[in-house]
Ligand binder design. Sequence first.
Ligand code: LMR
Ligand code: MN
Length: 420
Amino acid sequence: MKVVKDLDEADRLMKEEKLEKAVKKYDSILVNNALSPRAHYGKGLTLDKLGFKLQNNDFLEQAISFLGRVLDIPDAPAALVKLAGQKTAERQQFRGWSGKAIRTLKTLTEKFPDDIGLLNDLGMNFMMVNQNDRAKEVFTKVLSKNPLSGFAKAHLGFIAKINDDLETAVKMLDEGIKSNEEGTQDGRFFLQLGDSLLRLDREPEARKVYKEAEIKGLFLSANQRSLYNVKQLTGRPWWTLEQTGYQHFLKMLEDNWETIRDEGLNQLNSQTGSFIPEEENLRETGDWKQLTLYSQGRKKEENCKKTPKTCALIDQMPDAKGCRRGQVKFSVMSPGIHVWPHTGPSNCRLRTHLGLVVPEGPSIRVVDEIRTWTEGKVFVFDDSFEHEVWHKGTELRLVLIVDFWHPELTQAQKRRLSPI
Ligand code: LMR
Ligand code: MN
């Protein structure tokens, strides 16, 4: 009985945030009860809180180790094993130990084979490390145990979309979303459902899905479908140079366009392989290659060595070179291309295009206005709005893309926003 009282006392200390005292109390219990599951669990939770408070990974790692040990203690109560295991996996994931998190969840699903919540956690963990085939197996198992699981359906639909199985994606995403289950009202599912419908030539249904996501507050609007947003930034598809406040820099790009073009063309012709094919599955047809000079606010030194004058110009543009939610890149598109309607990830940037080689034939639509490029001229749009590109001509088109921080972001926001 003494142990139970001591454990209650230690738990109370933890709840009152007297963390150092709580650790001491758990330690004193463990001296004579080395296999107490509750003391391990309590000490693990307390160490986790300490780690959070002190921003200290040593405590976090100790917490993970104590929580994890509960799973190995013989005769530990099942409910506690499950709680400790879920917490262990969650903290392992947080620590960046995806493989360990997956192993913990696998152990748990073996101990509790009928627990759908654990299987769903395991499936999500597989998706986080892009092991979509494994995730698919797990979510399929969930559906075999509970054919109505909207959570599993939404995730299976998402995976089907990645695998370009559009019919399955539509069916599963639609059923998943309609289930209204926790975890299914996620912008990513609406985005992929709408995109699948568009690609299947079912545009009116796609528009409905986007509108629904707008009403639910998952998108800024049906046309502005970025998911990493700062609220209250002015959003409009096309910007005049004056509206951006960057006209001084943009003019500088225009004044130097031939230098930039020559460096871009040189790389294109040199066959050094620095242009890389677009790999986000955005194209219906045609070739699209990019040579990235800056990404997430970091200069790609290797590539800048090949186009030094262009990079020297960008280095004079702090809100472009430091734009951690954007890129600077040459973009070349072949005739015959069609890029599906799509949106960028964030409303925190504006996208400049400088026309470098512009034959007859290419055009870009942003929401409901179609424009084309002019050699030596820039235009600016907000790529968090839906845009689509075609090239119906016969020669390739080359532009320089320069992303800038949205001009309404404060310096503090620009410093703090996570890179994308
Ligand atoms: C895009 O940003 O999606 C395209 O407009 C890029 C390009 O080269 O036109
Ligand atoms: Mn785009």
